[in-house]
Write a protein that binds this ligand. Structure first.
Ligand code: MN
Length: 680
């Protein structure tokens, strides 16, 4: 280590003047990106960043991370916000501090490697709109996936920061794959490609403080470019890890403003500032300024997001990570997916399957998109495998990985699984060893053609090129061709106030409960219907007694929409006389509801056509049907691609025959067990 970064205690000055330190530690603030991504499902809105933007610019951060990762996805998918507009808006308030983005190498801000033409256009537009530092990672640490974006970043005169994804196969750094030599070799590769700095990306908070010390010290000796540590708090270690990294001579650390810190996010900036006071690495940040920013966030902003915090636990650390090392984000995805599939009881089996799948797939780092790929495949194995067949439903992404489309895995993929995955794979059965982008055909011209008349500029086209289904839907919202859904609207402080008043009333015992009548016994003629009222979904039992139908029971079922913290159970007044509020389901192409039948049963298609049904094994979005009505199919042949948990599943024909009916269209959302098509 250069002596320059060695921590030295200087004299504390209590006279009120704080001398400028000799070599201040540099800090990247992550509030605007990783902070809300880690704690609030990336739902942070631009309007909630503006109130503190100018103050954040005064702190003296090395950079503000404002973009990338899941922001691009969540903004256009859930918030009805143009991701490009966020950079431009924040730039108007933040004039001094550089903007940083997290770039997933050739995956850009998506979940697969895109073609070079899309990658070049994307980076060029990001730089043009105001991104100064590209914190770039590849989920396999395969730096061939940096080559294209690297050259554009350099051409644009911007800072290229190369990440090393920090991963473990053991409890601590070491073992056969992720040992000190591995990390030093990766750092050497990055320096050789002329990266401007190196970031150790500890996305799951697995880095132990003494490993950080050894690692940072070794990297400082091995390379001469600055070392940045990005470590998540998840396990509770990262404040200690940060301090040991400072002692080992780290150049840059990543932190958040305190309301966006801790839990699965990052340590807060305040404690670090005070810790380093009186040393040569003092950040020299104004602690009063930091606390006034925190106060604005606490009072005026965070109440709107609080409902997204996991308030089922008091503990702010996830000791599970120390036990089975499944990163927090991956864990919550897993649990959600299993819950939607009614299979939460299988969680322990999935935990046991995960390390096996990871090993089969080449001990990949558990970072986006590899974490989702491994998790989804583990779920599929647990739910769909039987004694006869292992890896019965392989996702398209696992096939791509086996083919080499993501790059080179840290250790080779299990050849048996690789062979099975690549059987009838569209690009060929022999995996590639070249850089993935070399075999990906250009995509930009086709994307332009696809959204002709809808997209106005290249940035619009890129939204579609990266996210064809949700991107196109967003462009329709943006240009008023389709009404955005109610839940895409921001929550206001008024909403929060109304809720808080309700909660206060409930606590004071002032909410009057309606007396419920005892339900009569269910009879033989009971029929069950799915009823959708706005974004709520009810299962309703209807039975005819003495001529007029009465509602027998009503049960609120899990809705697809985010739950509000106060769940108001509607009183039972779903009577046939008031049918207008009810929306019959399911298919969008079903004719208008006949006046006589006020409630139409869901999945009516089930009884329409005789034959073998292909049902959705999980809730998701139809990416595309590979067959049309009248086409013949062989058993096992792919009929439809279903996107679930951001992975694409090729659903095979359960039987051979002719496609008799297709019940949904591309882009439709489907529930588990919906009949996607009938083969006869
Ligand atoms: Mn992170």
């Amino acid at each position: 280590m250069s002596d320059h970064n060695q921590v030295k205690i200087t004299k504390m000055d209590f006279s009120g003047k704080r001398p400028k330190s000799e070599n201040p530690l540099k800090v990247q603030d992550l509030t605007f990106r990783d902070g809300h991504q880690s704690l609030f499902a990336t739902r942070g809105r631009t309007e909630d960043m503006i109130p503190i933007a100018e103050m954040m610019d005064e702190v003296g951060f090395w950079a503000l991370e404002t973009w990338g990762g899941a922001t691009f996805d969540a903004m256009h998918r859930f918030l009805n916000e143009d991701p490009w507009e966020r950079i431009r808006t924040l730039k108007r308030y933040i004039k001094k501090t550089r903007f940083s983005m997290l770039l997933r190498g050739q995956n850009l801000v998506g979940y697969r490697n895109y073609a070079d033409d899309v990658a070049k256009a994307f980076v060029e537009r990001a730089a043009h709109n105001g991104i100064d530092i590209f914190r770039t990672f590849d989920a396999l640490n395969d730096y061939r996936n940096f080559e294209t974006v690297f050259s554009v970043i350099k051409e644009c005169g911007k800072h290229f920061q190369g990440c090393i994804c920090y991963s473990l196969t053991e409890k601590r750094m070491g073992g056969e794959v992720y040992n000190l030599e591995y990390y030093v070799k990766k750092a050497n590769e990055l320096e050789a490609m002329e990266a401007n700095s190196i970031c150790i990306k500890d996305m799951a908070g697995l880095m132990a403080p003494y490993d950080a010390y050894v690692l940072v010290k070794a990297l400082k000796e091995a390379v001469s470019i600055p070392i940045h540590l990005h470590s998540h708090f998840t396990s509770g270690m990262s404040s200690m890890t940060h301090l040991k990294a400072v002692e080992a001579g780290v150049d840059i650390l990543g932190t958040c403003m305190s309301p966006y810190g801790f839990r699965s996010s990052h340590p807060a900036i305040g404690p670090l500032v005070v810790t380093l006071m009186g040393t040569n690495r003092d950040t020299c940040f104004d602690i009063k300024l930091l606390s006034s920013i925190n106060e604005i966030l606490e009072k005026g902003i965070l109440p709107k997001y609080r409902y997204l915090l996991d308030d089922t636990k008091v503990s702010i650390i996830d000791t599970n990570v120390l036990v089975h090392q499944i990163p927090g984000g991956m864990l919550s995805n897993l649990v959600n997916q299993l819950r939607e599939m009614d299979a939460l009881d299988k969680l322990d089996k999935v935990y046991a399957e995960l390390p096996k799948v990871r090993k089969d797939l080449g001990q990949v780092p558990l970072v986006t998109p590899m974490s989702q790929i491994v998790a989804t495949q583990a779920i599929n194995n647990v739910l769909f495998d039987d004694e006869k067949e292992h890896y019965k439903m392989i996702t398209v992404q696992v096939k791509d990985l086996c083919y080499g489309l993501y790059g080179k895995t840290p250790v080779p993929i299990n050849p048996k699984i690789q062979k099975k995955a690549l059987k009838d794979y569209s690009r060929g059965e022999k995996p590639i060893t070249c850089k993935p982008a070399e075999v990906i055909e250009p995509e930009l011209d086709k994307a332009k053609e696809d959204v002709k008349g809808l997209a106005v500029d290249l940035e619009d086209v890129l939204i579609y090129a990266l996210y064809p289904v949700t991107g196109k839907r967003f462009l329709k919202w943006k240009y008023g061709k389709e009404e955005p859904p109610k839940e895409a609207r921001p929550r206001t402080m008024e909403d929060v106030k109304t809720e808080q008043e309700l909660i206060a009333k409930a606590r004071a015992g002032k909410l009057v409960e309606k007396k419920e009548k005892a339900a009569p016994a269910k009879g033989e003629n009971l029929r069950t219907f799915n009823v959708f009222v706005d974004d709520e979904y009810f299962e309703v039992g209807v039975e005819e007694i003495g001529g007029s139908p009465i509602v027998n029971y009503i049960r609120q079922t899990q809705s697809h929409m985010p739950q509000s913290p106060v769940t108001v159970v509607p009183s039972v007044h779903v009577l046939p006389e008031a049918p207008k509020a009810l929306e019959a389901t399911p298919s969008s192409d079903s004719p208008a509801i006949p006046a006589k039948s006020t409630i139409t049963a869901s999945k009516k298609a089930e009884s329409d056509t005789e034959g073998t049904q292909l049902k959705a094994p999980m809730p998701g979005i139809i990416v595309s049907y590979k067959k049309q009505v009248g086409d013949s199919v062989n058993p096992g042949e792919t009929v439809v691609i279903l996107e679930a948990m951001k992975m694409e599943n090729a659903l095979p024909a359960p039987a051979g025959g002719t496609i008799k009916s297709i019940n949904f269209a591309n882009g439709d959302s489907v529930a588990r067990n919906d009949v996607l098509c009938v083969i006869g």
